[in-house]
Ligand binder design. Structure first.
Ligand code: FES
Length: 318
């Protein structure tokens, strides 16, 4: 939720693979952190104030009440992963929000998991859950080199249900071969870099018998905003008792910040969900590329970094 954060303690920092570190997070008072379903992620507020999402990669029963994340150092990224690698150490306290789950593991008899590099993280707890449910499943895990691929030791316990494909040994994943045997009614869960997601999407479009689930990391193309719809309106913050004018051309997020209201945001382009806010009254005009059509139609949630109001007033749970 856009405003609610709490403190977490980094209990342990470990090297998981070349360029990948793992952090174990616990509640500083020794209590339990909120439970998370497989596929869930958290928002972590880094020492600089940057907010980044990280998938939780601990199995549901594994050290209940603690969270595990894995972070790939991405020097060409937006700075968050490098900051985690360079600045975050054991015993440090950070603030966090969540967990939230936009990548849930739905019931299916047959599951195919496809991971590219650090995309293994949300899939790892799904494997444990698939085992628990007694589903038939297989994981195909690609990476640049074996040394750069996290969790290989942990995955070894699953035997031949896991196929490890380091690119320097075997080349790129043979997606046509991997997907050709996908059984009718099965679900494909894929996480990794955008070119992998795109390649899997294209192939699954031609396979009506399977349902593909991915996480979106970048904004989808949006229709142009109809002329005249970008008008000013009032945002009433129910819990803090404030009313803020949102001028035309200014996002709700910016207007709130300008008014001194602290709200959590990360991508600021309607793709990550960090700024998700409950709408108590009024009708949002959705401009995000994350919420589902059903969620848009329901109108009780909005991403305040991009979405606006259809009417003169929105009442928000802030
Ligand atoms: Fe990412 Fe609003 S900050 S969706």
């Amino acid at each position: 939720m856009a405003g609610d954060t709490f403190e977490v303690l980094v209990r342990e920092r470990t090297e998981l693979a070349a360029g990948v570190i793992g952090l174990e997070l616990v509640a500083p008072d020794g209590g339990a952190l909120p439970p998370a379903e497989p596929g869930a992620h958290i928002d972590l507020i880094l020492p600089s104030g940057l907010v980044r999402q990280f998938s939780l990669c601990g199995a549901p029963d594994d050290r209940a009440g603690t969270w595990r994340i894995a972070v790939l150092r991405e020097p060409g990224g937006r700075g968050g992963s490098v900051e985690v690698h360079d600045e975050v150490a054991a015993d440090m306290r950070l603030r966090a929000a969540g967990p939230r789950n936009r990548f849930p593991l739905l019931p299916a008899d047959d599951l195919l998991f496809i991971a590219g590099g650090i995309g293994i993280t949300p899939l790892l707890p799904m494997l444990a859950e698939a085992e628990r449910r007694g589903s038939r499943w297989h994981l195909v895990y690609g990476g640049r080199t074996r040394a750069s691929m996290a969790f290989l030791t942990e995955l070894a316990r699953y035997g031949d249900r896991v196929t490890v494909v380091p690119q320097d040994e075997y080349g790129l994943l043979d997606l046509d071969g991997v997907l050709s045997g996908a059984p009718a009614g099965g679900r494909v869960y894929c996480c990794g870099p955008e070119p992998l997601l795109q390649a899997v999407r294209e192939r699954c479009d031609a396979l009506p018998q399977v349902t593909l689930h991915t996480e979106r990391f970048s904004a989808a193309a949006r229709d142009a905003v109809p002329e005249g719809t970008d008008t000013s309106f009032e945002a009433v913050l129910e819990r803090s008792g404030k009313t803020v004018l949102v001028p035309a051309g200014t996002s709700v997020l910016k207007a709130l910040r300008n008014a001194g209201v602290a709200v959590l945001a990360s991508c600021e382009e309607g793709t990550c969900g960090t700024c998700e806010t409950t709408v108590l009254q009024g009708t949002p005009e959705h401009r995000d590329s994350l919420l589902t059509p059903d969620e848009h139609a329901a109108g009780d949630l909005m991403l305040i970094c991009v979405s606006r109001s259809r009417g003169p007033r929105l009442v928000l749970d802030l």
